[in-house]
Design a protein around this ligand. Structure first.
Ligand SMILES: Cc1cc2nc3c(=O)[nH]c(=O)nc-3n(C[C@H](O)[C@H](O)[C@H](O)COP(=O)(O)OP(=O)(O)OC[C@H]3O[C@@H](n4cnc5c(N)ncnc54)[C@H](O)[C@@H]3O)c2cc1C
Length: 391
């Protein structure tokens, strides 16, 4: 073995130790502090603020952020492991809330922010005192972000923001939003900038929570900005470079979505295997029917391929080589598999699968949005096609 291979192996085993350590801590924390309350949160359509503070105290919010901000400085795979495990345990609402807060918003600030911006926001996001959101989508601009109308106009030492956003995850809890707004309305996507907006400022209004078919306990809201004044230093990165930053951050965001999809698939497969082995029909177990065996075998084979691709993407991300196209392939294939797999697994539960009493129904409903948010499957195909065929 060469010296480089040896040092890569050493690095990987140090990372694996970190992941194991964090996984044990996470599972203990979920078992004690989350799972006993989760059904109630889902009924309430709301995860209490105390849960955020508890997760912060347990070191689960941005574990890979630098130590100077109170985080653990762990490898980024720890953050992905948290997303995967929470989905494996059928806690998809929590997972999505964490994905936005810790896997999207915190890296935006850490990668693009000034020293002052990082010091202002990251320590309080690590503790859960401040919950993070990202605001891109508007009633008239979803897949086509260039059509956004929220705008920011410079006025002396301030920016004045007007407009609205919709479907914002953590929108009701949010203390901070990374907000995309037009700073040049003549330039389409090239006129978008990002701002770090404090939700307590006058002119920031939170609408009602949006009722969804699944993932009930992560709050999703409309937000309104009426002559909202933010200081000049709330601009994140450079003016009019927002769209470039959104593209730059896609690989990390989609690694999160891919990890969630894989976790949910594993969780759904495990409970389905248990169920079909004990459920009887026509004098045998459901597991003994060839249809069941073939279905489970096909799903397992597809899942193992998806896991390999996720690992490949993680490795490429780590050395800064993961492309937007790869991120789109990962998001498309892993989330489409999640939707298909949870659908097929639910079928094997018969009528019981359609009841709330059996957890496969939650795996199924929580999965559905995965092919829609963070870029629909159709948009993923468009981005992959651009790599193949050009524009
Ligand atoms: C639960 C939930 C949470 C969300 N969280 C956030 C959040 O935190 N922050 C945020 O900014 N947004 C968030 N979103 C918004 C989400 O990202 C958008 O819903 C998504 O990007 C699609 O936009 P749209 O809903 O406007 O659909 P549209 O853009 O109107 O699309 C409608 C249909 O047309 C298709 N379509 C559009 N363009 C093309 C094309 N060029 N070629 C082929 N087909 C096309 C789409 O694929 C889709 O099938 C969330 C959404 C949901 C449901």
């Amino acid at each position: 073995m060469g010296a480089i291979d040896q040092s890569v192996n050493q690095l990987q085993s140090a990372d694996n130790e970190d992941i194991t350590l964090f996984r044990d801590m996470l599972l203990r924390c979920l078992e004690k502090e989350v799972i006993p309350h989760y059904d109630q949160w889902e009924k309430d359509g709301w995860m209490p603020k105390e849960a955020w503070l508890m997760l912060g105290a347990a070191g689960m919010l941005g574990p890979d952020m630098p130590e100077e901000f109170g985080a653990a400085g762990a490898p980024f795979e720890v953050a992905l492991m948290i997303l995967e495990e929470t989905c494996r345990l059928n806690l998809h609402s929590l997972s999505t809330a964490l994905n936005v807060h810790a896997n999207i918003v915190m890296p935006y600030i850490n990668n693009l922010g000034t020293a002052e911006q990082k010091a202002q926001w990251l320590p309080r996001m690590v503790t859960g005192e401040v919950v993070g959101s990202i605001g891109m989508t508007e009633p008239g601009a979803g897949s086509d972000l260039a059509g956004m109308r929220t705008n920011a106009v410079r006025d002396g030492d301030e920016w004045v923001i007007n407009g609205s956003k919709t479907f914002i995850t953590n929108g009701l809890h949010c203390g901070l939003i990374v907000l995309a707004a037009k700073t040049d309305t003549t330039k389409g996507a090239k006129g978008i900038s990002l701002f770090l907006v404090d939700s307590s400022l006058p002119g920031f209004k939170k609408g009602k929570g949006i009722k969804k078919m699944g993932q009930h306990s992560n709050d999703t809201a409309e937000l309104f900005f009426d002559n909202l004044r933010v200081p000049a230093n709330a601009l994140l990165g450079e003016e009019n470079k927002g769209f470039i930053y959104l593209m730059q951050e896609l690989p990390r965001e989609r690694l999160g979505l891919g990890s969630q999809a894989i976790g949910a698939c594993e969780g759904a497969m495990a409970i389905t295997a248990d169920y079909v082995k004990q459920r009887k029909a026509f004098g045998s177990t459901v597991a003994q029917f060839q249809n069941t065996r073939f279905k489970m075998a096909e799903l397992r084979a597809q899942l193992e391929l998806a896991k390999s691709y996720l690992k490949q993407c993680e490795a490429r991300f780590k050395v800064g080589a993961m492309t937007t196209e790869e991120a789109s392939i990962l998001k498309l294939t892993s989330t489409e598999l999640q939707v298909k797999l949870t659908h097929e697994c639910l079928q094997l539960f018969g009528g019981y699968g359609y009841t709330e009493e059996y957890p496969i129904s939650r795996f199924f409903t929580d999965a559905r949005v995965q092919t829609i948010y963070a870029g629909t499957s159709e948009i993923m195909k468009e981005m992959i096609a651009r790599g193949e065929l050009g524009r």
